[in-house]
Design a protein around this ligand. Structure first.
Ligand code: 9UX
Length: 71
């Protein structure tokens, strides 16, 4: 069943950045939805299978952002 998790994301300075983060995350296999909150510096993901958190972080870091799992 779908599960949700939240990432803290830093390096987003405008709505375009937030849109990029959303596109990067929803482009990953197993990520059904990503809701990015620019002001809160977070992304809430809905995943339909186990997506390795390090892979998510790597995708964002490769695009110039930083991320970590919010525990
Ligand atoms: Mo707007 Mo965010 O040009 O990099 S997309 S600052």
């Amino acid at each position: 069943s779908p599960r949700q998790l939240m990432l803290d994301v830093s390096g987003m300075t405008c709505g375009g950045c937030a849109a990029s983060v959303q596109r990067l995350l929803t482009g990953m296999d197993g990520v059904a939805d990503a809701s990015v909150d620019l002001a809160a510096k977070s992304a809430t993901l809905t995943v339909t299978k186990d997506v390795p958190v390090p892979d998510m972080i790597a995708v964002l870091e490769n695009a110039g952002f930083s991320a970590q799992l919010r525990e």
